[in-house]
Each structure stands twice: as C-alpha cells, then as structure tokens.
Design a protein around this ligand. Structure first.
Ligand code: DER
Length: 242
C-alpha cells in the first residue's frame, strides 16, 4: 500500500546513497516500521554476489529487541555497543522532524538505545514517511507528547516537575495497551513518560531543561543529531532534506 511503499522507497534510497561498502563496517540499525526496510535492503545486498563479501563483514548494532531481530532476520552480523562503541553510520526512523531536522523519537519506546547509537555514529540518517514531516515546529504532527525515559521510582516526581516546572500541559506514564496491565517497561527496565508541550519552538532548550530533572534518563528530543532525512512521499517520490 501507499504508506508502506513510501517507507520502503525512503529506506532503500537511504541505504543505496549512504552505505560505503569499502569503508563502512559498524552500522547502527534503529527501531520501528520504516527501518525494517533498511535492514531488508542490506539483506538484499548480502545476497548479491557483487556485495556479499563486504556486507557479510558489516557489524550491526541494534537499538532494542525488535532491532536485534531485524538484524538477525536479514542474516546480518549482530553485535553491541560494549564491543563497538563508535559507529560508522546509523539509520533510524522518527516520529516527527522539524524544519531544522530536530527530531521527536521514542514512539516505539527505544529512545535511549536509539540516542546512544545515533550520538556515537559518525553519520546519522533518518528514514520516514510523509506523515513525519512538520512544516515548522515539533509537536505539530506528533501530538502524543515528548517521550522521556525515567527511573521507575521517579515517574511521579518527574511527571509533576514536567507539568509544574516546565509547563507541560500533561505528562503521563505510558501504559501497555492490552496484553499486560501496567506501564511499558523499556529494554533498560525503565518507564516512559509522554509529556505534551504543544508546539515546541526551542527543542534544544526543552531537551536541556528536561534532562536536568532528577530521575530523567533520556529524552526523545534528538537535537543536532540527524545529518539527512529521507522522506517517502504519497506519490512514490523520495525527498532528501539535509
Ligand atoms: O520510536 C522511534 O523513535 C522509532 O524510530 C519510530 O519513531 C519509528 O517510527 P516508524 O515506525 O513510523 O518508522
């Protein structure tokens, strides 16, 4: 369908235009439904005799359980940040992109590992469908709030701080929808808070303010991180913004 095609085309083009088969070795693989096609494209190169010897030497670093599975399902080599803390390039999705390429990420609850990987990659590439592009500010298309990873024992105090000190309209603990009663628990055994700040004109400052709250581990505001964004459009075209 049109949306999946948009994701696939953006992801394929991002790989085709940014993977340096000669010099790249450590590759970050993000989380979500668009990055599925990034791993799929690498898997295709792995099956192509022209590229197989190079791609079989790639070391892929995941950003969570789903990301690990993408790497393994496509026959790629899996490793981790403890063994390879500096990456050549990383690919990931996003929940929203503003005019300055600042991002909201964390809709999938993997924001900590995603930011650990992206901030240690020489190049960070985002692949996203047309729904993620905001005309100007964050908080325009993505209205579920800024995802924030917190230490479980601090979730009440952090929610209060977000509302009373930082002006969030609402800050709520992310609950599991069906399947399990209770809060979402991250791959790092933490909780996620979604904080609604409306439109965010200064995401860099907001990120800093949130990070200072006791109990906050990381925010889903990715500042000055993305080098390029490939948007898959409804008409099948792909737009590169950098
Ligand atoms: O949670 C995240 O940051 C993921 O990257 C997510 O935003 C990806 O979204 P997608 O499933 O639309 O690619």
């Amino acid at each position: 369908d049109q949306l999946e095609e948009a994701k696939r085309k953006a992801a394929y083009r991002a790989i085709d235009e940014n993977i340096d088969f000669e010099n790249h070795k450590i590759i970050g693989i993000g989380s979500g439904s668009t990055v599925v096609y990034v791993a799929e494209r690498l898997g295709q190169y792995l099956k192509d005799e022209k590229y197989a010897s190079k791609v079989s030497q790639f070391i892929c670093i995941p950003t969570g359980f789903q990301s690990k599975k993408l790497i393994l399902d496509n026959g790629l080599q899996l490793s981790n940040m403890e063994l390879y803390s500096q990456l050549d390039i990383a690919f990931d999705g996003a929940d929203e992109v503003d005019y300055n390429l600042q991002l909201i990420k964390g809709g999938g609850g993997c924001l900590f590992q995603e930011k650990l990987v992206s901030s240690n990659a020489k190049k960070f590439i985002i692949v996203a469908d047309y729904r993620k592009k905001s005309p100007k500010y964050l908080g325009t298309n993505w209205v579920q709030g800024v995802p924030i990873e917190v230490v479980p024992s601090a979730y009440v105090s952090v929610c209060k701080d977000l509302e009373n000190k930082l002006g969030a309209k609402k800050a709520v603990l992310r609950e599991c929808k069906g399947g399990k009663a209770g809060p979402v628990v991250t791959d790092n055994n933490n909780f996620i808070i979604d904080a609604d700040f409306g439109t965010i004109e200064d995401p860099k400052q907001l990120h800093k303010d949130i990070k200072l709250l006791v109990g906050v581990i990381e925010t889903g505001l990715f500042i000055d991180n993305a080098a390029k964004v490939y948007f898959g459009n409804e008409d099948g075209s792909v737009e590169l913004v950098s």
